[in-house]
Design a protein around this ligand. Sequence first.
Ligand code: 5AD
Ligand code: SF4
Length: 373
Amino acid sequence: MSVASRMVYLRGLIEISNRCRKNCLYCGIRAGNTNVCRYELSDEQILREAQFALDNGYGSVVLQGGERTDSAYVERIARLIWQIKRLQPSPYGANHGNSNLHPDSFSKGYNLGRDITLKSLGITLSLGEQDREVFREWYSAGAHRYLLRIEASNKALYEKIHPQMESDENPSGKEKKNLHSYDARMAALYNLKSVGYITGSGVMIALPYQTRENLEEDLQFFKKFGVDMVGMGPYIPHKDTPLGRLVLEGLECLKRGEQAPDLGEFAYIDNKEKLNLSIEMVRRLREIMPNINIAATTALQVLSPDGRERAVLAGANVIMPNITETTQRQNYQLYEGKPGVHDDAESTRRELEKNLAAIGAKIGWWQVGDPHV
Ligand code: 5AD
Ligand code: SF4
């Protein structure tokens, strides 16, 4: 399918909190990173941002946050989902500059006078591993898509990039459960599917210890599992993480002309090669799964300003513009160099619109954008 005939769907990304109980060795907001200022958006902030998405024709929102499992949190998320599903468009629209909006759109409510009817915002969750019951509760409240990356489908690689020793994650030794179990993660993915979610997964590309065969396994895993959506992007080292430090120190050794520790074939490749590898993965995935949703992830934009547009040209059809309040964006840095931390939702939208128009892709305004699988 050519780009011109492919719709790009937008999901407004709301980074609801950077508190996380996990300690993934690559992630900047891991529980063990004390350099992070932890925040949590209020219900009002989250609802305001969802309203922005609705009024601007995004069609759906993604609630993303670190992993938390306490019952107060689970109930709060269910309540928020319920409230977001019931949001109505603002009477006069929040935005007058968007030429894609039908002038009658707000007076006619959700029926936009075209052949498009948006009943309510679609809700995608990206809130980590949860019990099946929790997945069910959130589904019943109105969420219908869930993103849970397998991160690395090869078990040995997964275990290298997540803490495995109990003492790594539970110095007190109180909790016996391994929080970073590959089998538990896989089980969670199958639970999501059986509960009824449109289920998304994904991996990181160019991880230390990763091989070309691992990336091939990742593509085969997506196919075998039957994912509906994939978000995969380049791994970007973060200096306050164990894995990031390894890579960055290795790179320093290389700069000094010394021998660096062997971290596999991709750990030290430059941004250009990393971007090419990521784009190639998108292209291959689109070949083998023609109808799923594939995200052009923000991490691609770290490697090059046009990283996401290149992914769209290679077959990606979903972009998740950040609509989180500007004041909190810099605290949600899974990797360093996250783009757009000082932009606001409005300028993020305008910029994206311009860039997509430049490559001839059409935006699926007002559409929830579920895959045709
Ligand atoms: N580089 C790239 N992606 C990362 N993620 C976490 N840390 C990094 C990093 N350093 C990704 C993980 C996670 C998603 C929300 O962000 O794949 O699932
Ligand atoms: Fe938490 Fe997700 Fe980061 Fe792991 S990748 S530490 S689960 S936010």
